[in-house]
Design a protein around this ligand. Structure first.
Ligand SMILES: Cc1ncc(C[n+]2csc(CCOP(=O)(O)OP(=O)(O)O)c2C)c(N)n1
Ligand SMILES: [Mg+2]
Length: 292
């Protein structure tokens, strides 16, 4: 959590009137080392002993099965969509590990606010596949009764809210749910997903700022596949794109203990902002380098 504001004042620890039941990040956490690439399976397929999480074989097998199932579901449903049998389907081919790993680490009381590619989290949290697919077809088994677009599934039984076709709207919702949980004194955390393209939306910035100010137990996960349809990430952000995954969104405490979101667009001292302002006055153009 960033401790100082741009003008050098100490940031408040918590929102007025809200007690803070969760631990603060200690000094040293959230350093740039946290933001690099974390890779467990090396390019040659072997496990990196440095990053090996030592997951029990039963968990690894379960994860593999869920990933495999999801890939098969996606392949079948995309085929159905191309044949005109379903109107819309959001596949997550190549990105399956993220929703599955998230699902396997959440507690039943936690809340999920997916983007397009993470609806399947509810499947791995025990939601029936037939009911899930009934929504995509809009048939009699659809528990949303045709009130949603295909592939916009949600389920009360698994605390999962439907994503919205409008990019980015789920991120402030995830923060709001986390804030509510904090007020109620629940143990629940909420998880909000976004694609790299959603970082261009005001909702993303609003949510990050709100999460930082009110210190809510929310994890935001950005699936950066480097494209928002045809727009590459280099056209979505002025940040150094080699560091884009770290700069676009940060989840701190990936161990899924109650987590704090660290707003990435604030800085720990006012210096970079002052430097950038001075440069703007002098040269009338922003620096091509990010202010860090
Ligand atoms: C507010 C809004 N603007 C534009 C669109 C059109 N649109 C649909 S998907 C998409 C790109 C999303 O990219 P990203 O967030 O990176 O997700 P990805 O598809 O790469 O997983 C856009 C711009 C939209 N749905 N909502
Ligand atoms: Mg993308």
């Amino acid at each position: 959590m960033v401790g100082a504001m741009h003008d050098g004042r100490e940031a408040p620890d918590q929102a007025p009137g809200v007690s803070d039941p969760q631990p603060r990040a200690t000094a040293g956490e959230g350093t740039p080392a946290d933001l690099g690439l974390l890779q467990v399976i090396r390019d040659d397929g072997s496990i990196d002993p440095e990053t090996d999480p030592h997951a029990p074989p039963a968990v690894v097998l379960r994860a593999y099965r869920e990933i495999k199932r999801l890939r098969l579901i996606d392949a079948r449903m995309i085929l159905q969509q191309r044949q005109g049998r379903v109107g819309f389907y959001g596949a997550c081919t190549g990105q399956e590990a993220t929703p599955v790993a998230t699902a396997l680490t959440l507690e039943p009381e936690d809340w999920v606010f997916p983007a397009l590619r993470e609806s399947s989290i509810m499947l791995a949290r025990g939601f029936p596949l037939t009911t899930y697919l009934a929504q995509v077809y809009g048939n009699a088994g659809d528990i949303l009764k045709g009130r949603q677009m295909p592939s916009h599934m949600s389920g009360r039984s698994v605390n999962q809210v439907s994503w919205s076709s409008c990019i980015g709207t789920q991120i402030p919702q995830a923060v709001g749910a986390a804030w509510a949980a904090k007020h109620r004194g629940d143990r629940a955390i909420s998880v909000g997903f976004l694609g790299d393209g959603a970082t261009s939306e005001p909702d993303f910035h609003n949510a990050m700022n709100f999460a930082g100010v009110f210190r809510v137990p929310c994890v935001m996960i950005c699936q950066n596949n480097h494209w928002a349809i045809s727009v590459p990430s280099s056209r979505q952000t002025a940040s150094n794109t080699s560091q884009a995954p770290a700069r676009l969104a940060v989840c701190e405490r990936a161990d899924f203990t109650p987590a704090w979101v660290r707003p990435v667009f604030t800085t720990s001292t006012g210096l970079p902002a002052r430097r950038a302002a001075a440069r703007l006055r002098r040269k009338r153009t922003p620096s091509s380098k990010p202010s860090t």
